[in-house]
Design a protein around this ligand. Structure first.
Ligand SMILES: *Cc1c(COP(=O)(O)O)cnc(C)c1O
Length: 466
């Protein structure tokens, strides 16, 4: 067998990658021409690539490596669990210690009566569970016609058939016949991009009231649930106006529909609280979790379910749903140790008292940059809007994403990972980032913005869309 090692020349690795590895959300043919960047190791907030470059990871992987890279405690617990019980299922009236202990810990951390965990291998799988769970709930309640789930345009809930349908990403819907039936979308609470002349507060209310309008249009007896991310992540780190979530909550309560908070990014300290719902006073019936649950060290996700929904579904015979790896013992043991470390090391306190205040001060100061229309940050998830005209919050005349991509490429060149969503730059660094590392982050980000700005100027691209 060919041995794939870190010591193979980059070019050979890239050629094998191009020949055999299909990448997610990628045009493989284009990537094959330039070759993938190959990451070989990582420690703390730094990645190392196959050329030996040290790159600061401003995205914690894909918003997941909350505890930082290279924690031996997590490697050790995985090895120990694999030796003791590498796998067993939880389908046929069996259970095992890691699945039990992790569920109990999650129930302890989750607010209110969110006391039950249905495991999945990822956020997408968990949201597929949620579709089946809320529909099953209303069936058991004798209202099978209540099967519609309302979600938001530009929300992200995963990319499987179900979760991709819940999400409101048009490029996902455009391929493969999504959305599935009985999923409907309403406008997002993106004031900066869509709020026009309204104040953020007015706009937040207006966007929340789209939910009420949609419920009335579809028939209140048809609507099962509403799902939303407390803060949209993949949509561009969009922090809703303060008026938005209380109004959504009021409308869900008024019509008695279930509220699902997709906490896949906002969970486990990302916002400075255990869950983003706590930031906005949201009281969901179900939370979707993944990513930071294990800090990305093992693939695991799940749904945290309230007493009423769990008892109703659980009291009505078999719920015909499950994944081979529900509560996988190695992943569960790693996730549990991750949650313990977050607590033992008071990492949420670090976010709230050290990392957020310092990064916020330096991040907000980027609003002085000629290219930056707004800079926002909650906990350690943030974004900046790039604009050719600060006063009008204008978009660029170029195809959306052109400028963001140019900025991201300057970041890569300066050894910083920042992602772009259209022409917003987004960040979500590991929660353990120190003030010294934040200085490096801001220095590289500023240099990248400067270079991007100079390039746009030289190419005559600092023009606003008509
Ligand atoms: C990443 C993400 C998902 C999907 O999780 P996967 O583990 O990639 O399937 C779902 N919801 C949100 C909010 C996410 O950010």
């Amino acid at each position: 067998m060919t041995q794939i090692t870190n010591h193979m020349p980059t070019k050979e690795l890239q050629a094998l990658d191009a020949a055999h590895h299909m990448h997610p959300f990628t045009a493989d043919a284009d990537l094959a021409k330039k070759g993938a960047r190959i990451i070989t190791r990582a420690k703390g907030v730094y990645l190392t690539d196959s050329e030996g470059r040290q790159i600061m990871d401003g995205m914690a992987g894909l918003w997941c490596v909350n505890i930082g890279y290279g924690r031996k405690e997590l490697a050790q617990v995985a090895a120990r669990q694999m030796e003791e019980l590498c796998y067993y299922n939880t389908f046929f009236q069996t259970s095992h210690v890691p699945a039990i202990a992790l569920a109990a810990e999650i129930a302890k951390l989750a607010p209110g009566d969110l006391n039950h965990v249905f495991y999945a291998g990822s956020g997408s799988e968990a949201n597929d569970t949620n579709i089946r769970l809320v529909r099953r709930y209303w069936e058991v309640k004798g209202q099978p016609e209540r099967n519609i789930i309302i979600s938001r345009w530009n929300g992200y809930h995963g990319s499987s058939m179900g979760s991709g349908s819940l999400g409101g990403m048009k490029p996902i819907h455009a391929q493969g016949g999504l959305p599935i039936p009985d999923i409907h979308h309403i406008g997002q609470p993106y004031w900066y991009g869509e709020g026009g002349n309204m104040s953020p507060e007015e706009f937040g209310l207006a966007r929340a009231r789209l939910l009420e309008e949609k419920i009335q249009e579809l028939g209140p007896e048809r609507v099962a649930a509403f799902i939303g991310e407390p803060i949209q992540g993949a949509g561009g780190v969009i922090i809703p106006p303060a008026t938005y979530w209380p109004e959504i909550q009021r409308i869900c309560d008024k019509f008695g529909i279930l509220l699902i908070a997709d906490e896949v990014i906002t969970g486990f300290g990302r916002t400075g609280k255990w869950f983003g719902s706590e930031v906005f006073g949201i009281k969901p019936h179900i939370m979707t979790i993944a990513k930071g649950l294990s800090s990305g060290y093992a693939p695991i996700g799940g749904s945290i379910v309230c007493d009423e929904v769990a008892d109703t579904v659980g009291g009505a015979g078999d719920f015909n749903h499950g994944y081979t790896y529900c509560g996988h013992p190695v992943a569960a043991a790693v996730a549990l140790r991750n949650l313990e470390l977050l607590q033992e090391e008071s990492i949420l306190d670090h976010v709230n008292n050290v990392a957020h205040p310092y990064l916020n001060e330096r991040w907000k100061a980027l609003e002085e940059h000629p290219l930056v229309g707004e800079a926002c940050l909650i906990g350690l998830m943030g974004s900046i809007a790039l604009t050719p005209d600060k006063a009008t919050r204008a978009a660029f005349a170029t195809e959306p994403g052109t400028v963001g991509l140019r900025c991201r490429e300057r970041c890569f060149a300066n050894n910083l990972v920042m992602r772009h969503v259209n022409d917003r730059m987004v960040i979500a660094p590991p929660l353990v980032i120190t003030p010294e590392e934040i200085d490096v982050f801001i220095e590289r980000a500023t240099k990248s913005l400067d270079e991007c700005y100079a390039g746009l100027k030289a190419d005559g691209l600092l023009k606003a869309a008509a």
